[in-house]
Design a protein. Sequence first.
Length: 317
Amino acid sequence: MVENGCQVLSNVINSQIELHKRYGGVVPELASRCHIEVIDDVIDEALAQANTTLDEIDAIAVTNGPGLVGALLVGVSAAKALAFALKKPLLAVHHIRAHIMANLIAHHTLKPPFVCLVASGGHSHIVLVKSISDFEVVGRTCDDAAGEAYDKVARVLGLGYPGGPLIDTLAKQGNAEAVHFPRVKMPCELDFSFSGVKTAVINYIHKLEQAGISYNKADIAASFQAAVVSVLCEKTMRAAQRYDMKKVALAGGVAANSALRSAFESECAKRGLSFFVPPPQLCTDNAAMVACVGYYAYKAGCFADMTLNAQASLDIG
Ligand code: KG4
Ligand code: ZN
């Protein structure tokens, strides 16, 4: 729940990590069932923490995509029911826009234009944020998202789920130069590909295991992370230069990564660019970022109606 777009009154997160852990990744059917079970309690808790009531709310914002359609549908249905019953406006929020706008919650002075790298479990996009409502994707992954690669490598290393934070922690004890994993070149120089580095790490581990050679997990985690971070950072800096952007932002679950944050910080400083990133708890999925975009849609009078539906893929523009 937010006030004036950037003051967070409550931000209740019901983590499903424990539920999906044993499967090594999100099981869509379990995710949507769990959403149904907890959504009423989460709404009650959000109201309680904000010390407010449904009557005092101006509008209901909900993300309708992109993402897992079953889970999205639970949120969309609940939001539509609330908006209808309370006779309040309904606001549809693009999930990736919400990740980007988490930066505005954390940095009240940040204003477009800026370039933002959004790296999450499902997306790796370089986005030009031209205004609060004008976004253009100028680079994207052609296969795996960065977070997906983190999660798969962590699984092969036997670290658990979600892999990103576990690799982040383990990499701190490793040597990032122990193994040189590939940094894939793409024909379109702002696009990404992470399936090559993921496969290279998996093959490297399997070869050693087959030969009965022991290996240092921390070194592999650090070397894999170095390959991913360098590509993410280099391409975003290239985009900033190409589009003459003086401000650079990070968003999405992978933006919680300590190596990525410090690489961006130092590369931006070198180039005289301002750098923005939300605190880690606003990088991973959360309600406040959705409410923030909802606030701007409300101000612009961009209301959704009762035909709103969940969409697995949805254009950012
Ligand atoms: O944005 P998010 O919470 O959900 C999606 O919209 O996908 O991102 C989740 C992804 C997962 O792949 C997770 O492993 C990754 O973000 N992640 C991290 C870190 N924290 C979360 N990746 C690297 N380092 C982290 N510290
Ligand atoms: Zn997300």
